[in-house]
Design a protein. Structure first.
Length: 123
């Protein structure tokens, strides 16, 4: 049997169906006496370690500063709200702009609002 290159193996894995991959895993487990299951005992984080950064946050508008009109325009862009609804949201501070968004997206939203003169916090 000809020896397969790593690239050929990876090409096969890219094209194989889930059922074919499942059968391959079972065959490897049986032939080599290994298990593809994750280990049951996972090392726990030390109790005094800082908690992991949250995956999602809520972006809160806390102040609009001197440029209320500019902040309303940015809020409209971010939320997709109409002019009246965006103005109501900006007038009701602190206001929830976006809920349960990834940190990267929240950072982008925060930058846009701060560039418009607003003050923003994460919750």
């Amino acid at each position: 049997m000809a020896k397969l290159t790593q690239d050929e193996i990876l090409a096969y894995l890219d094209e194989a169906t889930i059922l074919e991959l499942n059968a391959l895993v079972k065959a490897i487990e049986e032939k080599y006496g290994v298990s593809a299951a994750a280990p049951v005992a996972v090392a726990a984080a030390p109790a005094d370690a800082a908690p992991a950064e949250p995956q999602n946050v809520t972006v809160m508008l806390t102040s609009v500063g001197d440029a209320k009109v500019g902040v309303i325009k940015v809020v409209r862009t971010i939320t997709g709200l109409g002019l009246v609804d965006a103005k109501k949201l900006v007038d009701a501070l602190p206001a929830e702009i976006k809920k349960d968004v990834p940190v990267e997206e929240a950072d982008n939203i925060k930058k846009q609002l701060m560039d418009a003169g607003a003050t923003v916090e994460y919750k």
